[in-house]
Ligand binder design. Structure first.
Ligand code: GRF
Length: 227
């Protein structure tokens, strides 16, 4: 399946948050500084009225919406969010600390157009408390993963990963802080690739095509096979 947007206008991003919103801020800064040149952030949606990220989005002049669950089913809640995103012609949805699992209907409404960032090297340590899981398991390296969202928990095709060493005196908080630095770089990079139409999903593998200006180096077998 090919993914990415090939449209004349900038890709319109909708970011879903539940909390602090540091990844949302990293994306907003990357768009503002033209590190994601062909994208704009159209709306930030939170399912929590008191999410600190909402004020950070407003400070940056981004429209914010609070869509709480209020005792509704996941499907009903998701339907309202999808309606708000469709009304704004959103091309790509970025989950950034959004603490709910999306319903099938939500995922089907945006096939290949929902990304998530997770603070571990997936498929290790999905779900909550990824850094605590990594420390308890005793791994020497962890990191973060940007991936497409499917119906599994943190299980969709992987776009990018960044690696972080686990230090002897790390606590979940110190490790999370170093992983966060990498998250704040990896997520904008993945979105730039998406917005440039350079991601292609084949089964579980996401191929990244070279940027248009990159000279093509022939594969070794092509060189050997010539002449
Ligand atoms: C990040 O660690 C992200 O990987 C995970 O939730 C956390 C959100 O942090 N999905 P923030 O709200 O972006 O600061």
């Amino acid at each position: 399946m090919s993914t990415g947007v090939n449209i004349a206008r900038p890709a319109r991003l909708g970011i879903l948050i539940s909390g602090r919103g540091s990844n949302m801020v990293a994306l907003a800064d990357a768009v503002h500084e033209a590190r994601i040149p062909n994208a704009e952030i159209s709306v930030v949606v939170s399912d929590q009225a008191n999410a600190p990220g909402l004020a950070k989005a407003k400070e940056r002049g981004i429209e914010t919406l609070v869509i709480e669950r209020r005792g509704r089913t996941r499907e009903e809640h998701d339907r309202e969010i999808v309606g708000a995103l469709k009304a704004r012609n959103i091309d790509l949805i970025c989950l950034a600390g959004y603490m709910r699992i999306l319903s099938r209907a939500f995922i089907d409404a945006y096939p290949g157009r929902i990304l998530n960032i997770h603070p571990s090297l997936l498929p290790s340590f999905p779900g909550l408390d990824a850094q605590k899981q990594a420390l308890e398991h005793g791994v020497k390296w962890t990191g973060c993963t940007v991936h497409f969202v499917d119906e599994t928990l943190d299980g969709g095709p992987i776009i990018l990963q960044r690696v972080v060493p686990v230090l002897g005196d790390d606590t979940p908080d110190t490790l999370a802080a170093r992983v966060h630095e990498q998250e704040n770089e990896a997520y904008p990079e993945a979105i730039r690739l998406f917005a440039e139409g350079r991601l292609k999903t084949e089964g579980r593998r996401v191929r990244i095509s070279p940027s248009p200006g990159t000279p093509r180096v022939p594969a070794k077998r092509e060189v050997e096979g010539s002449g």
